[in-house]
Design a protein around this ligand. Sequence first.
Ligand SMILES: *Cc1c(COP(=O)(O)O)cnc(C)c1O
Length: 379
Amino acid sequence: MNPVLAPATSASLIRSEVAGLPLYDPGADPDEVAALSGGHVIKLSNNENPYGISPTVAEAVRRTLAGGVSRYPDPTGKRLAEAIGTNLDVPAEHVVLGNGSENILELLCQAVLDPGDLVVTQAPGFALHEIFPRVMGARVVKVPVTAEFGFDAAAWRDALAGGPKLVFLANPCNPTGAMLSAGELEQVVAAMPESALLVLDEAYGEFARTDPEYPDGLEALRGQDRPWIVLRTFSKAYGLAAFRVGYGIASDATLIQALDRVRTPYNVNQPAQDAAIAALGDHEHLAETVRRTGLEIARVTDRLRGAGLRVVPSSTNFLFIDTGCRSDQVAQELLRAGIIAKAWREPGYETYIRASLSTPEENDVFVRCLTEICAKGKL
Ligand SMILES: *Cc1c(COP(=O)(O)O)cnc(C)c1O
């Protein structure tokens, strides 16, 4: 029993922008799903890496713990920022670290947006590209994809003509997994207002980079004399989601300094900094993760299509799948089998689920359950 508290309410204190926000949906709780399904849980809801971390990362974290964690972490993360800078051939002053790249999305909104400012992003899209701007009182316009999940050049030109201050563009896109080509990215850049900030979110870039058509955002933007920032993360291909570490590379040190003013001083903890440095150095582990993921994406896409489901071609570690039924009910059926996938809720996509892939064995269980549920149909 919880102790009884007086019926206080803070309702009148909450800013209207905050009270009206949708809650970010992290997917079902694995402990609750284990209780429901009575056993093993297959978590496909958060685009995580099923292959685990590099052994050198585990060793780095052990060393950090052995050295003690009673001191605050390096507030500037200089060793990690320098390692990233060296890796990508950019000065460390152009690098910002975040408690996940989500943290940097939030800092960018805090540093840049005034109430009423316009933000442009994609639909379907990543919830935080909308939630964080709305916290600041900004207006968010979402540009839809084409019926084939492609880039709608005319819609982007129209939206950008509205004069946004900030543009969030994920490449590849979450939840569709589709990527923009170099030419499409160029069209966005060309149509951007001169002084607007382009935030290119490359959370899945490591997976997409095996495709020669995928434009490396940093290389595409390096020469642009307008504000931009490319965001990347250790949460996905590197497998460090629990550590929460992401980074951004910006057009200019002034933007980084602004983010430094708004961030909490110790936003990236020391084990995470040290783990990320080790992860950056283990190219083979990353390559192996990307290779195995690519094989599974191709195999599972084929199998689901063979069963008659529409699957968007993916350049990532997840698939956007039209179940042909109400996806919230499909997701509920999957939960009963111990499988967590994300039912999509954006208008027009209510029959879609997003599922990240796991090991071949777990993916087989997912394919079997999903095709059975869809075959039963008409949920
Ligand atoms: C997963 C994801 C992120 C960030 O993840 P962090 O764990 O906060 O680094 C950012 N953008 C998109 C589109 C994502 O899917």
